[in-house]
Design a protein around this ligand. Sequence first.
Ligand code: NAG
Ligand code: NAG
Ligand code: NAG
Ligand code: NAG
Length: 408
Amino acid sequence: MCNSQLNSSLYLTSVDTEQQDGDSVNLGVGELVAVISAPIVVLSILCMVAFVLYYRYQLNRAQYHTPRQQYEQYPVIEPGQPSISDLIDISGSGSGFPLLVQRTIARQIQLCEIIGKGRYGEVWRGRWKGESVAVKIFSSREERSWFREVELYNTVMLRHDNILGFIAADNKDNGTWTQLWLVTNNHENGSLFDYLNRTVLSVPAMIKLAWSTASGLAHLHMEILGTQGKPAIAHRDLKSKNILVKNNGTCCIADLGLAVRHDSTTDSVDMDKQNNRVGTKRYMAPEVLEETINMNHFESFKRADVYAFGLVLWEIARRCSVGGIYEDYQLPYFDMVPSDPSVEEMRKVVCVEKHRPALPNRWQNVDSLRVMGRLMKECWYGNAAARLTALRIKKTLASMTKQGDLEI
Ligand SMILES: *[C@@H]1O[C@H](CO)[C@@H](O)[C@H](O)[C@H]1NC(C)=O
Ligand SMILES: *[C@@H]1O[C@H](CO)[C@@H](O)[C@H](O)[C@H]1NC(C)=O
Ligand SMILES: *[C@@H]1O[C@H](CO)[C@@H](O)[C@H](O)[C@H]1NC(C)=O
Ligand SMILES: CC(=O)N[C@H]1CO[C@H](CO)[C@@H](O)[C@@H]1O
């Protein structure tokens, strides 16, 4: 009822007054034009800006996913679709999944808890569609390690029981910060280093750990020809912290951030010159400590791996209980160098004084431990060419599996 009081004459009067003044009427029209056209001009400019921005955004998106066509033939994962093992069957190649699939997986992962931390970055336990996965998040300093590891997994047929299973890699860039992810299988029992520290082994359990690790190393070192083949690869940072223990007591080798491949056609080593990382000093072979290793000769790197593997065998064998007797867990050279030793400290012990980890006397009285002792000594020779090959070690340990069970 508000309008019932409205006086129409009052309204008309005001209009009349305006019309009586000629100047003010002219001004009114000019203002009217300005008032109507200004928003239209502003609005159309806004529309044009919005259109240009949207177009550029679309263009960016397209570039981000390039080359798009290349991916289209691959399965893209929808919710409720295949599990990781299904995908492994689909990709079938033994190397990584298609890159877009990897990115899709990585972006669907929920991080749950941190399970490891180090110079390299952090390791998280994550979940992907109900499956437990491990997510290694590299520090930006370790970008080359991430790059190298992803490159190896994506180009080489590496799928093997005793090499950590690769699922996906992703680099998320939020403008100021690049997060580098490597998603792999998760093994609840953690690294061999942690496992040995808290577990005492039976003879068969010892052989299982040693044999499976040797099997992984032999697979890395071996060149396989053909379409499903792989070049020979040397690890260059083998140690108990880079080996994981699976649920059934076998091991798998992890961390290929320093690995090199052999190009057998040119007999060259594809060393990543931009990566400044070096192996772990405690596990460095004498020729690496003395810098006499021939970096152009691929065989040299395999021999340095075998030296480090010998040290791992020693760590494992100490934890093997026979008649209730075993040694406590220790890192190699624990009694000869400080923690976090320098290259110079290691060189003095390993090259100058020619020390090697001591073999406990009790090992002489048990067949399997005597064989283990002999194997590690043959991995430790100062003369790299005299060392055993990973395949030889694997075969010796495999033959022990049968005898080992009889012995206890
Ligand atoms: C990017 O991520 C880093 C680490 O998570 C964070 O500190 C930084 O604030 C983020 N920057 C932007 C622009 O979101
Ligand atoms: C351990 O599990 C793997 C599958 O994860 C299987 O292939 C292998 O045969 C098992 N090894 C032993 C000794 O049980
Ligand atoms: C073994 O584990 C204990 C407890 O976590 C730790 O204090 C010790 O340093 C570990 N041993 C070695 C050799 O690192
Ligand atoms: C080989 C081994 O010790 N596996 C163990 C890994 O951890 C799970 C859960 O803690 C145990 O059930 C397994 O026996």
